[in-house]
Design a protein around this ligand. Structure first.
Ligand SMILES: Cc1cc2nc3c(=O)[nH]c(=O)nc-3n(C[C@H](O)[C@H](O)[C@H](O)COP(=O)(O)O)c2cc1C
Ligand SMILES: Nc1ncnc2c1ncn2[C@@H]1O[C@H](COP(=O)(O)OP(=O)(O)OP(=O)(O)O)[C@@H](O)[C@H]1O
Length: 316
């Protein structure tokens, strides 16, 4: 994958492209349909390209941190796009000047510098200053440049558009199943294992405390059942995940801790990828450690019952 930084204008280029534009956070089922359509339309000499923003435009424009939190931070997003055959990634630093670009200027001055043969967008796609341009304007400007525009019908669930914002909202509410259904795979967070208070080991439930590699959208505090991989190994381990503030031990910040079932190796400093599969229960403030241990034993039993019933890859 070639990553091209767009400073002010994309560099002139003659490579024939099939272009997709957007944030593509999560590469959800709707995004996957766009990528599959692009593959279908691609001619032999053309390559797939995505133009995306390094940060969510609304994070830059409003400063609302909720928009900084991602389902798939950029390295993850690029890895997924690569799996879908994308060969080029135009990375736009979403500065305010970019937000002020009109729909017309974006196509006739920016996109015109590239040799775009086709643009694939979803129904309802909007672009340009204040979201002024829609698919109609896109087609009008692209006709002048001889670019074919393909508008893909919306991928919906229960009548609602599948969208990154909706999936982020599901995760914040602990609605993991709903989020995973739209992602078409389990929601996964990657981090490095750091030292905790080593209390977990004494309680009989050692946990790998995660330092996250990026600003992920964080699941509602609670206990989850999931699966995890370690470093680059493909083996998946069953895990219990504690996400939240650990009120029993007066934790003062949100933390994701992972208890591996049937795995005892030292994990400090190692990179783990943790997939959330099932929301088990809320965090509880216990009066002392004994009731916490009792509850953790129950959680383990419950996880043992639930794991065989879960579709781990979330693909029907
Ligand atoms: C399965 C499981 C369930 C947990 N449930 C709770 C809970 O309900 N309330 C709570 O305060 N902490 C809960 N925790 C977090 C523990 O308090 C934490 O793992 C323990 O204090 C060890 O922390 P350490 O890793 O910093 O040593 C849970 C942890 C696990 C693994
Ligand atoms: N549910 C969907 N069905 C079909 N196409 C979609 C769907 N959701 C997004 N797209 C298309 O995918 C491309 C990238 O979309 P983008 O990630 O910018 O928006 P989004 O997923 O709607 O996110 P948000 O929820 O943050 O608005 C666009 O062409 C968009 O129209």
């Amino acid at each position: 994958m070639k990553i091209i930084e767009v400073e002010t204008l994309p560099p002139d280029d003659s490579q024939p492209l099939v272009l997709m534009i957007g944030k593509f956070d999560g590469i959800h089922k709707g995004h996957q349909k766009i990528l599959e359509t692009a593959q279908l339309y691609k001619q032999k000499e053309e390559i797939l390209a995505v133009m995306s923003f390094s940060e969510h435009p609304l994070w830059i424009l409003t400063g609302d941190v909720a928009y900084k939190e991602k389902l798939t931070p950029e390295p993850e997003k690029i890895r997924f796009l690569q799996e879908f055959g994308v060969k080029r990634y135009y990375r736009i630093p979403f500065i305010k000047e970019y937000a002020n670009l009109s729909a017309k200027t974006f196509i006739l001055e920016h996109i015109a510098r590239l040799n775009v043969k086709r643009i694939i967008v979803g129904e309802g796609f909007v672009f340009g200053k204040g979201r002024e341009g829609g698919t109609k304007e896109l087609s009008t400007y692209c006709r002048k440049l001889n670019i074919q525009v393909i508008v893909v019908p919306l991928e919906t669930e229960n009548g609602a558009k599948m969208s990154s914002s909706l999936i982020r909202a599901f995760i914040r509410k602990g609605k993991i199943k709903e989020a995973n259904a739209q992602l078409y795979r389990p929601f996964t967070i990657i981090g490095t294992v750091i030292n905790g208070q080593a209390l977990g080991r004494k309680l009989g439930f050692p946990t790998a405390n995660m330092e996250l590699t990026d600003t992920y959208v964080l699941p509602k505090p609670g206990i989850y059942v999931g699966r995890a991989t370690v470093d680059a190994y493909s083996k998946k381990w069953n895990v219990l995940i504690s996400a939240g503030y650990r009120p029993t031990v007066n934790g003062d910040h949100y933390l994701i801790e992972v208890h591996f079932l049937n795995f005892n190796d030292d994990l400090y400093g190692r990179k783990i990828a943790v997939s959330f599969l099932h929301y088990l229960r809320e965090e509880i403030k216990f009066q002392g450690l004994d009731p916490l241990i009792e509850q953790m034993k129950k959680d383990k039993l419950e996880a043992g019952k639930i794991l065989p019933l879960i579709n781990h890859n979330n693909v029907p």
